[in-house]
Write a protein that binds this ligand. Structure first.
Ligand code: MLT
Length: 241
């Protein structure tokens, strides 16, 4: 029976062996929620990069560029990191290069894995079904905040564990803690997270609707996975499986 484990921060990845495993990279507020939303609105593929200058250089290749630092859209880029900015028809068929404070770092630092899947509450069931079919051991890599633990990514890890608990085992306390945390909070995630650091940070920036949106479950049936150097949606490109 495959296992599911949880890594609370990319800074802890040195403690995990990713070889032969499926990583689910998660940054609920907001990078992976935004990437899922972009694919759901027709984005062709997404290049997650770690540096602002690397991201900006993609504009010379006709890509849309997106950047966020500390929750704020970076100057000089086409898009920021609000999922609402990606719900536009102009996105259809476009390639997007994106860099965020934490989410793109969690993805790129997981490249040793057999597969990297982009997880969010928005595509929770689609990811759970894919992992059941894949049958690999899973490690949920939480983006956290600048290397530190955050609640929302861990709640997602608990939600995924709950969906997979019949078919996956787990040994580590991180997975057990994530599951219990989610089961405590799942009745009303928005209220539960009101005191969390990133929700308060976003609210100080006047960003409220992104929070409610990113906490919805199973809104989109998209399955972004890492293929060589970019993310593609396997639901829109089944031949790439
Ligand atoms: C992150 O990378 O942690 C988030 O995307 C930051 C944000 O969008 O507020």
């Amino acid at each position: 029976m495959p296992s599911i484990d949880v890594c609370f921060s990319p800074e802890l990845l040195r403690l995990y062996d990713l070889k032969g495993k499926a990583v689910v990279a998660v940054d609920i507020l907001r990078a992976t929620s935004t990437m899922v939303t972009a694919f759901a609105h027709g984005a062709a593929d997404i290049y997650p990069v770690m540096q602002l200058d690397e991201c900006l250089a993609f504009s010379e290749k006709g890509c849309l560029t997106a950047a966020e630092r500390d929750g704020i859209k970076a100057e000089g880029f086409d898009l920021g990191n609000s999922p609402f900015s990606y719900m536009v028809p102009e996105l259809k068929g476009r390639t997007i290069a994106i860099t965020t404070t934490n989410g793109t770092r969690a993805i790129r630092l997981s490249e040793a894995a057999e597969e990297i899947v982009i997880g969010a509450f928005l595509n929770l069931e689609t990811v759970a079904q894919h992992l059941q079919e894949l049958g690999l051991d899973v490690i949920v890599v939480c983006a956290g905040w600048k290397g530190m633990f955050n609640l929302e990514d861990t709640l997602y890890a608990g939600a995924l564990t709950e969906r997979l608990q019949e078919q996956f085992t787990f040994e580590n306390d991180a997975t057990l803690a994530a599951l219990h945390l989610y089961q405590t909070a799942k009745a009303d995630l928005v209220t539960y997270l009101q005191q969390s650091s990133h929700v308060r940070r976003l609210q100080r920036l006047g960003i409220q609707r992104d929070i409610e949106f990113c906490l919805q479950h199973d809104v989109f049936e998209v399955l972004p996975v890492w293929k060589k150097d970019k993310l593609v949606d396997l639901k829109a490109n089944p031949t790439l499986v």
